[in-house]
Design a protein around this ligand. Structure first.
Ligand SMILES: CC(C)(COP(=O)(O)OP(=O)(O)OC[C@H]1O[C@@H](n2cnc3c(N)ncnc32)[C@H](O)[C@@H]1OP(=O)(O)O)[C@@H](O)C(=O)NCCC(=O)NCCS
Length: 238
């Protein structure tokens, strides 16, 4: 009840105050808890709990990611080091023999010129039959809960998220991600994230990518945006 009240109160705050509360230690903790309460039967695993879980989850994530056009396929070789670094969170459905129904990962990206390591939020996926829109009156915000947990746990890290998927953009908006221009990223981070193939970018040199800041958007977490010096925000596509 108290948690719902917090959500209601933050919903009425001016945007920047709301983002600051959401990304604070206690605000983030409370909203993460709320996300778990709103998804009964779903358990979120990361850190030691994930490493101790049945390793079949690696194959399940591989199959889920292989089926998605917006995602790179991720195998155990990719996932295990990230899981050991506590950068992977999965959602399992305890009412369906602990089937994996969602995932979010913080991938190490590059260091900027000050030596600060930046991370890219990725492998964000909810199994098609568990997506919010797919469940009608039984809708559960599993994607939101994964997002909240990850942003809360890693609020002291510099995090970017790039995507061409409008649903992922909307999820980010609900959690205070700030849409900036690719050109506002530190140069090394910009170069490190723009590694899409010609078939996607229409350019041999990704400095001239034809979808950058248009169909393809970069967002940064609110604390990252503050640390960047609050660059101009671009409007979100609807
Ligand atoms: C991105 C993804 C994880 C979001 O899953 P989800 O949170 O369950 O949401 P859905 O995909 O069902 O969203 C569809 C609609 O449901 C509604 N919805 C979702 N969450 C909601 C919430 N918490 N409250 C109210 N409505 C919500 C919205 O109308 C949403 O449409 P919108 O995004 O245009 O606003 C999911 O679409 C997915 O796995 N996509 C494939 C993988 C992918 O592309 N990942 C992103 C790569 S960066």
């Amino acid at each position: 009840m108290l948690l719902q009240a917090l959500e209601a109160v933050t919903g009425t705050m001016p945007a920047d105050l709301r983002y600051a509360v959401m990304s604070s230690h206690f605000g983030g903790q409370a909203l993460s808890k709320l996300g778990q309460l709103q998804t009964p039967g779903i358990v979120y695993l990361s850190g030691r709990a994930l490493l101790n879980f049945d390793p079949r989850w690696y194959n399940e994530i591989e199959a889920i990611t292989r089926a998605e056009e917006h995602l790179l396929t991720k195998t155990r070789a990719d996932l295990e080091p990230a899981a050991k670094n506590n950068q992977v969170t999965i959602a399992i459905d305890t009412t369906q023999q602990n089937r994996v129904v969602g995932c979010i990962v913080l991938w190490e990206l590059e260091r900027d010129r000050q030596g600060v390591l930046w991370y890219e939020l990725g492998t964000f996926v909810v199994a098609p039959d568990h997506r919010y829109k797919a469940r009608g009156p039984k809708a559960m915000p599993i994607g939101d809960a994964l997002y909240r947990l990850l942003l809360h746990q890693h609020r002291n890290k510099n995090i970017i998220g790039t995507t061409t998927n409008i649903h992922a953009i909307h999820t980010g908006l609900r959690h205070g991600m700030q849409m900036v221009s690719y050109h506002d990223l530190p140069p090394d981070i910009h170069t490190a994230t723009c590694i899409c193939p010609f078939s996607k970018t229409g350019a041999e040199d990704n400095a001239h990518c034809t979808i950058k800041n248009l169909k393809c958007r970069v967002r940064v977490s609110y604390p990252t945006w503050v640390r960047m010096g609050q660059p101009t925000r671009l409007s979100f596509p609807s």
